[in-house]
Design a protein around this ligand. Structure first.
Ligand code: OOG
Ligand code: MG
Length: 261
């Protein structure tokens, strides 16, 4: 199924209004059961254009559904990307106001020093990065129930991305990136743990896959981009007052507090 430009723009506006009003909507595939992944990425891009028009600058990209744990949790089975913008960064505490059903998940973050495009090798992706960190992503789907939706729905909804926190950046030297221990804790109590190999087998391969997917849509990964490689484990639901932290072996802790009200 191919949507008209008007339909793409209308669906982007519908999702954008839900985002701005912190309101759930029914998934798009209820109305458009044949929604294609290609059209879903067009809706995502139109949504990001709306946000850019409000002054949001793009800071990077996120990969999603790069681990078995996440694919099984969501019942969806291929990797997708979404766009990160500067106001999505968690600065002080995370305010729950305007959020629908937020969840946090443990990720690895990369900073891209040199632009990458098309089919790149693992070595090329690695050479383009100048820093790595433990990172937390906060997801908040705009769809009712935050489950059992389809891949095109999630793609259109910017891969459920809501906020992100990149921990202190470190050089990549000496790190065995596919073999880092990751422990996410709530109020100091470990709740999820995994090896970084859970992410695409090797989180650097998430960058390779991101470049491939971006090139399908005529895009490159610009220098200066921040990249979330995808969660290593399932996501945990957030509640007021929680302190969520991620410790990755060899890297400094990333943590945020959910505002008490
Ligand atoms: C889709 C986004 C998945 C990840 O890290 O795997 C994702 C979702 O779970 O709603 O961000
Ligand atoms: Mg994620």
């Amino acid at each position: 199924m191919t949507l008209t430009l008007q339909q793409i723009s209308d669906l982007a506006a519908r999702l954008d209004a839900a985002l701005l009003e912190g309101r759930e909507i029914t998934r798009l595939t209820e109305e458009f059961p044949g929604l294609s992944i290609d059209d879903a990425y067009k809706i995502q891009a139109a949504g990001i254009e709306r946000r850019a028009a409000r002054g949001e600058r793009i800071s990077g990209y996120k990969m999603g559904l790069t681990s078995k744990a996440k694919r099984d949790q969501m019942g969806l089975h291929s990797a997708i990307y979404g766009v990160l913008t500067e106001p999505m960064a968690i600065a002080q505490g995370l305010a729950l106001k305007g959020m629908i059903h937020p969840k946090a998940e443990p990720e690895i973050g990369f900073r891209i020093a040199r632009a990458l495009r098309g089919d790149v090798t693992r070595a090329e992706a690695l050479a383009a990065c100048d820093a790595v960190c433990g990172a937390l992503e906060v997801l908040d789907s705009r769809f009712v129930g935050f489950k059992y939706f389809s891949l095109p729905d999630v793609v259109a909804d910017n891969a459920s991305s809501s906020r992100y926190l990149f921990g202190p950046w470190a050089p990549l030297d000496g790190l065995d990136l596919a073999n880092l221990e990751m422990v996410m804790a709530v109020d100091g109590v470990p709740v999820e743990s995994a090896s970084s190999s859970a992410i695409s087998g090797d989180p650097v391969l998430s960058i390779v896959e991101l470049c491939r997917l971006l090139s399908l849509h005529g895009r490159e990964l610009p220098a200066g981009s921040l990249v979330l490689a995808g969660a290593a484990t399932t996501a945990v639901a957030l509640k007021a007052g929680m302190r969520v932290s991620l410790k990755v072996s060899g890297l400094a802790e990333a943590a945020f507090v959910v505002d008490p009200s």
